[in-house]
Design a protein around this ligand. Structure first.
Ligand code: THU
Length: 135
């Protein structure tokens, strides 16, 4: 599974976004170390606070099916039907990534239909608070 293929799956996952309040359609595609892909979308709620981001939907799907190690996630979002730039993961999603992924975990942010930018978790969440601090 290439970075580009994962980015395309993230764009596709936007189709299931439930986002009547923000109008932001977000999709994510998470590649586990075992080679499986778990997709997710954002699911909003009239209470607002019960909204779940696309990234966490993908992570929780994977974790709840026994996956424990992850290589890379692709994220695509925005208000427009087309991807018109990065839609970066929120702080809560970055923290969830830090719980289960190493600093070399790759985050692909789609910037267009066939373009993306690549980051490491260490760049998007420097000095992460992680399980090691509770040992
Ligand atoms: N959203 C995501 O799905 N992922 C993020 O990391 C940032 C925010 C969603 C949540 C909400 O439905 C909409 O984007 C606007 O915040």
């Amino acid at each position: 599974m290439s970075e580009k293929e994962l980015a395309r799956l993230a764009i596709k996952a936007r189709n299931f976004s439930y986002s009547p309040y923000s109008g932001c359609k977000v999709g994510a595609a998470l590649l586990s170390s075992s080679g499986k892909v778990f997709t997710g979308c954002n699911i909003e709620n009239s209470s607002f606070s019960a909204t779940v981001c696309a990234e966490r939907t993908a992570f929780f799907k994977a974790l709840s099916e026994g996956e424990k190690e992850f290589k890379m996630i692709a994220v695509a979002g925005g208000r427009s039907d087309n991807i018109e730039g990065e839609f970066p993961p929120c702080g809560v999603c970055r923290q969830v990534m830090a719980e289960f992924c190493s600093s070399e975990f790759v985050i692909i942010l789609a910037t267009g239909k066939d373009s993306y930018k690549k980051y490491f978790l260490s760049e998007l969440l420097p000095q992460a608070f992680s399980p090691g601090y509770l040992k």
